[in-house]
Design a protein around this ligand. Sequence first.
Ligand code: GLN
Length: 487
Amino acid sequence: MRIDIQELSIASAKHALANQEFSCVDLVSACFDRIRKHDKDVHAFLSLNEEQALEQAEAVDRKIKNKEPLGALAGIPVAVKDVIATKGIPTTAASKILERYVPPYDATVVERLKEAGAIIMGKVNCDEFAHGASTENSAFGPSRNPWDLSRSPGGSSGGSSAALAAGFCLAALGTDTGGSTRQPAGWCNLYGLRPTYGRISRYGLFSMTSSTDTPGIFAKTTEDTALLLLVLAGHDLLDATSLPSEVPDYRSKLNEPLKGIAIGLPKEFFEDVSDPKSAEVVSQAIGQFEKLGAEIKHVSLPHTKYGVAAYYIITPSEVSSNLGRFDGIRYGHRSDTANTLMEVYAKTRGENFGPEAKRRIMLGTYALSSGYYDAYYQKAQKVRTIIADEVKKVLNEVDLILTPVSPHPAIKLGEKADDPLAMYLEDIYMSTAALAGIPGISIPAGFVGGLPVGVQLMAKQLDEATLLRAAHQYEKATGWTMQHAKL
Ligand code: GLN
């Protein structure tokens, strides 16, 4: 039977599988058919896991026939960002240095997906080591936005957003260090959740900025997002920063109305309107939240303007340290032409890291070096503390903070690729949640010239339930995610 993947959510696919409207093999095959047909244009996948996926699908079908108990994501096709370790499946971080790496272990998020019965379709593209906002820093070429193939699907998790928006899967995992889940979701008409730092284990994520890295969730509905979070969240002994707090059933509060919820609009996020049409979409969303009963309050986060600057000191500093292990000895594909130990280091790293990874290693090494440490790294950490305190204070007055996701919709490929500073500024609305360790979600909110525009909600640490509840009420009232990219 013909299955229209674009019309399915996780919830509706689960329902159809349980009622045997189609089999899991049908579902997974339909996704691979679409991938075969369209991924030459989209370039979401770096590797496919077709054989194993079909075997798993057969196993799910057998369980359904025999009426055996099923996991919460049984038979659901999921794409996984290529900075997340998958046992036996190449995991390259979209870098030449890991081109031949096949992890001997699964990241905790992958293990949890598998335990819940999800089907890993393959690994999706991203900026090299997740450094970037457009996937153009991938060593294997950029992904394209299914809404307009001349544009970026966002980044760094652009393969994840592209795969889901193209109908190659029903959910995707990304990571969010400084916006890499929320921004690509916004550019592709998807929900993109950055959970509280520590809510979902980082074990098996290739570390970028360990102090802000977190797995991220891409889904087509809030209900699907809540289910994925429920499966993935929770304490993990393999990640020392993982939070032991109990995991609530994020689905239980989705239907509570928004009366009594206060949403803060930080004025600093609305000052520089570079694209009035995107700004109009955001103000309509604010109006909608008000109609839904939320109380809108004007608040201020005065240090917002230093967020990107602090992030781009802290991130390269941690990157320069985290990438140290890729030296051709501990990790990484060793240069074939090196004759001495120094050459092993220099050539391995020189030949295999791309320009952005090298830039960050140099910036970070500089910021951490003696004499500059106080002026740069330590100062950035102080700014980070101020921003986190400020956010905390505001979130004592309001339940949620609403901001744009991006200054404008998806950029053209090539538009900013040669301008690192312009690319860093793409994160202008993203760094706050990252630096403060709070959860943020990107919500589909409309279109400008046929391109999706998102709004961002942020909440107190561990208050994903309120985030999802507000997003769900808005989804029910607007239904933007019912619109799909046409390939
Ligand atoms: N665009 C940001 C950066 O380049 C965010 C990346 C991320 O979240 N992985 O650092």
